[in-house]
Write a protein that binds this ligand. Sequence first.
Ligand SMILES: Nc1ncnc2c1ncn2[C@@H]1O[C@H](COP(=O)(O)OP(=O)(O)OP(=O)(O)O)[C@@H](O)[C@H]1O
Length: 295
Amino acid sequence: MKAVIKKKRVLFVVNPISGGKKKKGFEKRAREGLDMGLYDAQFVFTECAGHANQLSKEAVKDGVDLVVAVGGDGTINEIASALNGTETALGIIPEGSGNGLALYLGIPLNERAAVRRLNRFETMTIDSGTINGLAFFNMAGIGFDASVSDRFASDNIRGPIGYLKAVVSEISTYKPKRYLLDIDGKILEREAFMISVANSPQYGNNAYVAPQASVTDGVLDVCIIHKFPLYTIPMMLFHLFNKTADQSEYVEIIPGKQIRIERERADAVHVDGEPREMGTVLDITVNPSTLRILC
Ligand SMILES: Nc1ncnc2c1ncn2[C@@H]1O[C@H](COP(=O)(O)OP(=O)(O)OP(=O)(O)O)[C@@H](O)[C@H]1O
């Protein structure tokens, strides 16, 4: 008698605006690459911010095996926040502007190749972080990069060009700020251009702020970027894209599990690249091995 293989239920959640790429026809293209003997697939396009999170919560309740984010780190964050701590796995088709987590995991940026890779159904379990109760999976940050993500979100140009425009507009006027940090009981006072708290090593677009970070080591890397003279920008960029940021005299990286950062005033924070307003005290923790993800 022939054994009946139970198909895996997969929900594709497609963000129609991420990365500035049109996703029309995605369902047809995905069905061509997907192993239909393995998967029973459904497709939904998000209608607004927050919709991906709501759809993913319903998918978890419904016992769906896999939710695939078709978008960037913001879409991944919404979906992963709903799947975190559950058996439902996250898949990624990188269609964002930065694609930090996908690049780190080695997921191809080519849509067809990324769809075919889902057919392997190879999973790993990664850590997540929490900043004042909000989950992040790639990176959270304050200072200059939070201002950039704030500006990027309000501009209407997405994709790497949109990021470049936001960086150029902010860099000439941004002033370093003072911070008090408590990293696992170690107290530091710093004036910093920005502070990134990294689960994965890169922001996206292969810009590595925390070259030694790992999503499976049970710690977060606190990257303090000190004030640097404008003439050192080419060297800073070289370090960022050459995975040598930890060798720069302007970068200090400290691993930690329980982190508190105090700042002088409430301001933007970025959570996986999405701007959020938070107060003066930021409590950050790592949550080891919480998210099942296809790699
Ligand atoms: N239909 C929609 N209309 C407007 N915004 C949406 C819609 N669906 C989702 N969003 C929002 O779009 C934002 C951007 O998505 P996402 O982060 O995936 O793309 P990106 O910013 O281009 O890429 P990356 O994060 O990799 O840089 C998210 O904040 C998400 O909540």
